[in-house]
Design a binder for this molecule. Structure first.
Ligand SMILES: C[S@@+](CC[C@H](N)C(=O)[O-])C[C@H]1O[C@@H](n2cnc3c(N)ncnc32)[C@H](O)[C@@H]1O
Length: 206
């Protein structure tokens, strides 16, 4: 996995520390804006969340969505089950290794904070795999830290300290999306966290 989990960043493997640290930086605002501006959950529907972490996104999703989350970390999946057990299905899996049968069909696929942990080959293969499981007209939403020009030195420094080892610039994230998607929109966001930071959001429509 292209993720630094040693040294000071090892403490983020603890779900309580991870959630507390994320919330300090503004993760609640980040999730609220991603839900209102991009996910726009309707009535019901099936959401597959790859790299779901502790599944905190469920705080912002309606109760009637069906939710399926995958994450590599057993501790994060246990925390998601403890907090949201009744609201979804949570599986500890490496999403680059899933078969077609294991990846549920869905209306919306989420990869929030995931692509910058994957190399180009794994990221493109995953995006293509999700396309096969999306309903016609369904959407994949991705959100990742990103380098842009121009960008403040503080934001660039903070982004460079991320655990993910494949942080890209906005256009490089878009280039990961195979042309099978009918429409791919790239958005720059500098306002999702309480600190100087930039994200790339991809909205990929089947
Ligand atoms: C930055 S966190 C984001 C978590 C969550 N989506 C959120 O928004 O809070 C990235 C997550 O991706 C997971 N991850 C990284 N590589 C993965 C892989 N190959 N398969 C499944 N999960 C992975 C990590 O364990 C981590 O929980």
């Amino acid at each position: 996995m292209a993720q630094v989990t040693s040294g000071i960043r090892s403490i983020l493997s603890n779900p309580f520390v991870y959630d507390s640290f994320q919330n300090l930086l503004g993760a609640e605002r980040h999730r609220r804006l991603i839900c209102s501006d991009y996910i726009r959950p309707g009535d019901g529907g099936m959401i597959v969340d790859v790299g779901c972490g502790t599944a905190m996104i469920l705080q912002h999703l309606p109760n009637d969505v069906r939710y399926f989350g995958f994450d590599l970390s057993p501790a994060y999946i246990d925390a998601a089950k403890a907090r949201y057990g009744m609201r979804g299905t949570f599986m500890c899996r490496d999403i680059t290794q899933l078969s077609d049968e294991e990846l549920p069909q869905c209306d919306t696929a989420l990869a929030i904070g995931l692509l910058h942990h994957l190399d180009d080959a794994d990221a493109t293969a995953l995006i293509a795999h999700l396309y096969k499981r999306l309903a016609p007209g369904g959407r994949l939403i991705t959100v990742d830290p990103a380098y842009w020009e121009p960008q403040s030195m503080v934001a660039r420094f903070l982004i460079s300290r991320d655990r993910g080892q494949n942080v890209r610039d906005g256009e490089a994230y878009k280039a990961l999306v195979p042309e099978i998607y009918s429409h791919t929109q790239l958005h720059r966001r500098d306002d999702l966290l309480h600190i100087p930071y930039s994200h790339a959001v991809l909205e990929c429509t089947k």
